[in-house]
Design a binder for this molecule. Structure first.
Ligand code: NAI
Length: 451
């Protein structure tokens, strides 16, 4: 009998396994593919590895502005892919070692629940049955393929982000359906590598819920680099390498691409888990939980993309921790108030908490403080090519409730805003924190002083 059985070894499952085992629980983890999940194997880490090479190429083009002569910088895409595979292997290997060191039993197989109740759930693989007092379901999500004629059985042209990561050459042209996070990161990658990129987006802006001023700045930056954006567009059909769409309900248009990338969101993967055997139901394909990540069935927890909510690796890991703490009887609950979201374009975009749009929609009063990133000396030193913006949102009492940034390296500096928001910090408290100088993070303190 195990104390905890976890199905799915992505950032929710493996982090929960580490925390639970470190606290002395007897843990078994089922993963049919590789440990690390989509994030490590075909999402966050591989894309960031490719983007790193693309950004270096971008930088080399402006190296002369820094007094550095770089001639004939070019990409060896085969080597870029090799590096991606090497890094993925290294990081998945590190998780395996950690599981071994902590005494987590890892079973490489597809697992299903076969009945039971809190105190004794049965889990089965094709070969064996196991028993556990508690269950944590972390089976993740899958790319959503919209019901667009021509995408039912995509041929060699249309692809999801998974296939896009495996292309062995850079296409000459790419049409991206969906201008969300995945769409913009791939637009950034392939634009830097010399591919002609067009983005078709259903909404009137890219990056969905991201602050509209920030997403507008990102769009302008990529337009200047030759990316075409087609907003407010409804894709009607895909025929071979052609995408037909209607913009603003006017006449039909068509764009061709050597490849077509479909990235219109992901859906929770909660099928075939045997949920019916314990009377657990999904809601719109996802598993609902309380603030302790416990589902409607006592002793059964869910964490990560399977909840269909805040589909981010760092949310998943935290949710896994919350579930483990509840099992251990440690006071904890999940908070979504300060979950950062980063788009690893060049420049990066980072966002946490409320936006002007989200507060306006709920009729909540707010104050905005903003400054160009160029108010940070370090930003000026390091960003010959780039501009940027830091925007802090405070509530009526002047407590920080949101932060939205564009400019490198905002993925790194946004964490201080996460802390401030989670701790409900007042603007005057933020003003009294000492930030290192010179650092780009100083922009946060500077902005808190701007009126
Ligand atoms: P998304 O939800 O970010 O964006 C999808 C976009 O497609 C939306 O803007 C939507 O309006 C648009 N769309 C939907 N149907 C359309 C249609 N028929 N035609 C044109 N546009 C259409 O989803 P995305 O980019 O696929 O990412 C999936 C998940 O992965 C997200 O939850 C995201 O947060 C996560 N992710 C996070 C990353 C990060 O943190 N850096 C990186 C990659 C993915």
């Amino acid at each position: 009998m195990y104390n905890l059985a976890i199905i799915g070894g992505g950032p929710a499952g493996y982090v929960a396994a580490q925390r639970a085992a470190a606290a002395g629980l007897k843990v078994i983890l089922f993963e049919e593919k590789e440990l690390g999940g989509v994030c490590l194997n075909e999402g966050c880490i591989p894309t960031k590895t490719l983007l790193r090479s693309a950004h270096l190429l971008d930088e080399s083009k402006s190296a002369a502005k820094y007094g550095v002569n770089v001639s004939d910088a070019s990409i060896d895409y085969a080597k870029v892919l090799q590096r991606k595979d090497k890094i993925t292997k290294k990081l998945t290997g590190a998780i395996k070692v950690s599981m071994r060191n902590l005494g987590v039993e890892v079973v490489k197989a597809r697992a299903r629940i076969a009945g039971g109740a809190k105190g004794d759930f049965t889990i089965e693989t094709e070969e064996q049955q196991f028993h556990s007092e508690n269950l944590l379901l972390c089976s993740g999500s899958q790319s959503f393929i919209p019901p667009i004629p021509g995408l039912e059985c995509p041929g060699p042209v249309a692809m999801s982000s998974r296939e896009a990561l495996q292309l062995d050459t850079v296409p000459q042209s790419l049409v991206i359906i969906g201008g969300g996070v995945i769409g913009m990161e791939f637009a950034s990658l392939f634009n830097s590598l010399g591919c002609k990129v067009s983005v078709i987006e259903a909404l009137d802006k890219i990056l969905g819920p991201i602050d509209e001023e920030i997403s507008g700045l990102l769009q302008a930056a990529y337009q200047a680099r030759g990316v075409d954006f087609h907003l407010k567009c409804k894709v009607c059909r895909v025929e071979g390498n052609k995408v037909f769409f209607i913009q603003d309900d006017t006449t039909e248009q068509c764009i061709e691409g050597e490849k077509i990338l479909v990235c219109v969101g992901r859906r929770a993967h909660a099928q075939d888990l045997g949920l019916e055997s314990i009377g657990l139901q999904t809601e719109r394909g996802a598993l609902k939980t309380d603030c302790h990540m416990q589902t409607a069935v006592e002793g059964v927890y869910a964490a990560g993309d399977i909840t269909g909510f805040s589909m981010l690796a760092h949310t998943a890991s935290r949710e896994g921790e919350v579930a483990v703490n509840h099992i251990l009887g440690i006071e904890d609950k999940m908070s979504y108030a300060a979950i950062p979201g980063v788009v690893y374009t060049h420049p990066e975009v980072a966002s946490v908490g409320e936006s002007e749009q989200s507060l306006r929609a709920r009729g909540i009063e707010y104050k905005v403080y903003k400054l160009p990133m160029a108010y940070s000396g370090r930003f000026v030193v390091e960003n010959e090519r780039g501009s940027g913006l830091c925007k802090l949102i405070c509530d009526a009492e002047d407590r920080l409730v949101g932060a939205h940034l564009i400019g490198d390296p905002c993925s790194e500096i946004v964490s201080s805003c996460c802390l401030a928001i989670e701790k409900k910090m007042h603007r005057s408290e933020l003003q009294r924190i000492v930030f290192p100088h010179p650092s780009v993070s100083e922009i946060i303190k500077e902005t808190s002083w701007s009126e």
